[in-house]
Design a protein around this ligand. Structure first.
Ligand code: NCD
Length: 351
């Protein structure tokens, strides 16, 4: 599919590939009945080693609406991974049974690691606090449908920018579109990680950091809200922030200062960072966003399932080293050393 075998990170999403995926998505939205058998006989392995409702159901619904089938487990504790099986062996086995593997893991870089052992396309449905490329496809689809061409936008990212993987992926993806500026608003302990701000500087992206949502709102075309990633904050001994102060909560009063054509997005689930009365505002697009997520995943699964099964290239055994305690290489010692373009870890991108 235009050179893409696996969807692991946003660097896999080229502009031409995005355009072809999005035009297929538009076709599916316009004529869903034409696609109801398109993946008949194809099977998706759904491996969610971390809790998920939206992403998991969205993928499952997408595959079922294409006439395909799905297998997976309800609870990661019921799998052989809990008996000590390696990720490599789990993927060798599940990819032998399926035509596409969709995987979510609490470990950063797990999807890259899994792809080394998969006979079929592998999709990253979230790897720890690292990346979430199909949420990014969802976000881009929502922007493209609601705003037309993606260009000339001031995009506010608000909330837990440190542990929220969706914003990391979104920044990287929007960097490929013309004239996008970012306004970052986060509690200091939850500020954007260095590797993302380094990326923005290296790409000459304009970004400012402002202390409150009130300060950010008037200039924004798009506001992307996120919840505190409690499950990741808890794991970090240095973090105490579990709830936002009012500065990071969107209310109807604050919206009075925003542009009339603002687009408000949220990957969901929401906790308290968007007051319920905001749902009634026509600028709130987060529930539409969830639906576009299913359609864009239908387009993705259609393209990926059309690929032939291919034995993975042999890889070296052992040698990976990474300073990030959440990196998959700390759990799976047989992984080979991989580097990214900046010389950082080829699994989780930490330098
Ligand atoms: C996001 C995720 O899993 O990272 N949710 C999602 O994919 N729908 C955001 C979140 O959990 O806060």
């Amino acid at each position: 599919m235009d050179g893409i075998r696996h969807l692991i990170g946003v660097s896999d999403i080229t502009t031409s590939w995005w355009n072809s995926l999005f035009s297929l998505c538009r076709e599916i939205i316009a004529h869903p009945q034409d696609y109801s058998d398109a993946n008949r006989g194809k099977v998706m392995a759904s491996l969610f080693f971390e809790p998920s409702t939206r992403t998991k159901f969205s993928f499952q619904a997408a595959m079922l609406r294409l006439g395909g089938s799905v297998f997976g487990f309800e609870n990661a504790n019921d799998t052989s991974a809990s008996k000590g099986e390696s990720l490599a062996d789990t993927i060798r086995m599940t990819s032998a049974y399926s035509d596409v593997v969709v995987m979510r893991s609490p470990s950063e870089g797990a999807a890259r690691a899994a792809s080394l052992y998969s006979e079929v396309p592998l999709v990253n449905a979230g790897d720890g606090g690292h990346q979430h490329p199909t949420q990014t496809l969802t976000d881009l689809a929502t922007l493209a449908v609601t705003r037309g061409e993606i260009r000339d936008l001031t995009v506010g990212l608000c909330g837990d920018l440190r542990y929220g993987r969706t914003v990391h992926s979104l920044v990287e993806a929007l960097a490929k579109f013309p004239n996008i500026r970012f306004v970052l608003t986060a509690p200091p302990e939850l500020a954007m990680p260095d590797y993302v701000t380094r990326f923005m500087r290296a790409r000459n992206l304009t970004f400012t950091e402002v202390p409150t949502l009130d300060d950010a709102l008037p200039q924004l075309d798009v506001l992307y809200m996120t919840r505190v990633q409690r499950e990741r904050v808890i794991q970090s001994a240095t973090q105490s922030t579990m709830e936002y102060s009012d500065d990071f909560i969107l209310t109807r009063d604050k919206l009075a200062r925003a542009k009339r054509d603002l687009t408000i997005l949220h990957p969901l689930p929401r906790v308290n960072e968007i007051a319920p009365e905001v749902d009634l505002d026509p600028r709130a697009k987060y529930f539409d966003q969830a639906r576009y997520g299913m359609y864009i995943r239908m387009a993705l699964l259609l393209k990926l399932c059309a690929q032939p099964r291919t034995a993975p290239e042999p890889v070296a055994v052992g040698g990976a080293k990474c300073a990030n305690p959440a990196c998959i290489t700390r759990r799976e010692p047989y992984l080979p050393d991989l580097r990214n373009d900046d010389g950082g870890c080829g699994y989780c991108d930490v330098n």
